[in-house]
Write a protein that binds this ligand. Sequence first.
Ligand SMILES: Nc1nc2[nH]c(S[C@@H](C(=O)O)c3ccccc3)nc2c(=O)[nH]1
Length: 285
Amino acid sequence: TTPALDCGGRRLKLDRPRVMGIVNVTPDSFSDGGAHATTDAAVAHALRLAEEGADLLDVGGESTRPGAGEVPLEEELARVLPVVERLARETGLPVSVDTSKPEVMRAAVAAGAGMINDVYALRREGALDAAAAAGVPVVLMHMLGEPRSMQDAPAYDDVVGEVHRFLADRIFAAEMAGIPRARILVDPGFGFGKTVAHNYLLLRQLGRIAELGVPVLAGLSRKSMIGTVTSRAVAAERVHGSVAGAVLAAQNGAAIVRVHDVAATVDALKVLQACLEQPAAAERP
Ligand SMILES: Nc1nc2[nH]c(S[C@@H](C(=O)O)c3ccccc3)nc2c(=O)[nH]1
C-alpha cells in the first residue's frame, strides 16, 4: 500500500518527495487594487504553480516576518478564504492553509482546504480542538519563542535534540486532542529561531526528525540560511541555493518540500528520484 494522506478527500501520495507551492496572500503594496486584486493575483500565481507541477498549495495570509505584527482575524479571513475557495474549485490539488488561528482553520477547511499548516504547532488557544474537528492532516512546526523575538539570539544546547523533543511533545498533544497520527506531519521550522548554523545542523540531521515516524515537511526556500551562504541578498536570486536545499532535504528524509520555485524544484527532485530508484543491478555495466 502506497503511503498517502487524505487531504479532505484529495489524496496526496507520499511515495516520493512532494512539492508544496507557496501562495502568499498579502496585499500588493504597489497597487491599491484592493481585496479583489489581491485575491486575483494570488489565485493567478497559484494556478501557475499548479501548472509548474506543484503537488499541493499552501495559502497564507499572515507574514510571519520576524518583527511583523499580527494580522487581525478579519483581515486574515478576508485574504485567505476567497483564495482557498477558488483554488479548491479550480485545481484538483490539496490546498493547505498556513495559519495559527483556530477560526481561520475552521473557515478555511469549510471553504475547501484539505490541510492545516500551523507554524505555532497548535499552541494557540482553541487550535488543537479546531484542527481535531477539521478532520484534515496538520503540520506541526517548531518555532523558538515568538516571530518578533525569535531571531534575537537563538541558543540551544542541542538544537536537533530540542527540536525533536518539541515536535514529539506536540505530536502527543495532538493525539491527546483526538488527531490521529495518520493526520500528523512535523516540520523543524527552518529560520524560526535558529542561526544559520542551527539550520544546517537540522538539515544535515533531518533523518533524526524523520525518526518521529510521521511525514516531515521542510521549508528552506529563499530563506536567510540560503541567502547567507550564497551571498544573495535578494530573495528572488536564491532559486539555485533553494533548489539545492530542497534536494538535500528530500534526500535526508523530507516527504514534502515547501517552495516558491516549483518548476525548478520539480525538475531537481526528478533527478534525485532517478538516482534513488536505480536498482543496484543497473550499476554493473
Ligand atoms: N510548515 C512551514 N510553514 C512555513 N511558513 C513559513 S513563512 C516563512 C517563509 O519563508 O515562507 C516566512 C518567514 C519569515 C517571513 C516571511 C515568511 N515558513 C514555513 C516553514 O518553514 N514550514
